[in-house]
Design a binder for this molecule. Structure first.
Ligand SMILES: [Fe+2]
Ligand SMILES: [Fe+2]
Length: 269
């Protein structure tokens, strides 16, 4: 039987997409020493690139080429999610088995999302790897020192923001009559609610005298604020379904810092 350790190594260091997309349900839970951060293995075409390409403007989504490019970005985020969860399982071997299994269930969803996006971009005429991919989220993995910090960054920041992104882009694809991509984003959205819920439940179990929001803030790396846990719309309903309470949701919604003003401007068009 494959061990959790070997499976995560395959997901993280494998150099083929097949290795990263293989779902493995029966795993043995061996004990091992914590792994250091190391860049993921990738097929040559999908290696991190310093070349910056721009995310397409929403006014260009009637063009297949631009839709495909947007989906290419989303696909890289899914691949990064698989790798970041695998890296977390290797970095923090002492988490309990229930939590490890929750992370594995999330990985399986991310694998499914990646498969759906690849299928869709192929239908729109491109291959995964036709455009350069960035290591934007990966870089932050180097900042987390504890499993709680990882989960705050991943589930309550990047995945929480993805509720807003998925809803927002879902509507744009709907507006241009792309039912197929709309459905993929709908699946991603529903699964993301479950992912945020897993992180929220775990972190709630760790809060001591603080409220969840201040505990969450205390876990974030210095260069990341709760602003990063939001998109260009604020999907309150998704957050409620993820089990976040009124108080937490309001604090998220009302949180403001420079990031809102400087980095979100480009999305207004
Ligand atoms: Fe995903
Ligand atoms: Fe996710």
């Amino acid at each position: 039987m494959l061990s959790l350790e070997d499976y995560c190594k395959q997901l993280l260091y494998g150099t083929s997409l097949e290795e990263k997309l293989t779902v493995q349900k029966n795993l043995s839970f061996n004990s091992f020493d914590a792994y250091e951060m190391k860049d993921p293995g990738r097929p040559t075409r999908l290696k991190f690139s310093a070349e910056q390409i721009k995310f397409p403007k929403k006014t260009s989504f009637h063009l297949d080429e631009k839709k495909a490019l947007a989906i290419h970005f989303f696909a890289n985020h899914e691949l990064l999610a698989i790798e970041m969860f695998a890296q977390a399982l290797l970095m923090f071997p002492n988490i309990d088995q229930v939590t490890a299994k929750n992370l594995l269930a999330t990985i399986e969803d991310e694998q499914n999302h990646l498969k759906l996006y690849i299928k869709r971009m192929n239908e729109l005429g491109i291959e995964f790897g036709d455009y350069p991919v960035n290591d934007f989220f990966w870089d932050y993995m180097g900042e987390v020192k504890t499993f709680e910090e990882f989960y705050a960054l991943m589930a309550l920041t990047f995945e929480q923001a993805n509720l807003d992104f998925a809803k927002y882009y879902q509507n744009i694809f709907k507006e241009v009559g792309d039912e197929e991509t709309f459905n993929v984003l709908d699946q991603v959205y529903k699964d993301e609610i479950a992912h945020v819920a897993r992180g929220a439940k775990y972190l709630k179990s760790q809060v001591k005298d603080q409220d969840l929001f201040s505990y969450y803030q205390s876990l974030l790396p210095g260069n990341i604020s709760p602003s990063r846990g939001k998109g260009m719309i604020f999907d309150e309903r998704g957050r409620q379904l993820a089990g976040l309470d009124h108080h937490f949701i309001n604090q998220m919604n009302n949180f403001r810092d420079d990031f809102d003003i400087v980095n979100r401007k480009q999305w207004k068009k």
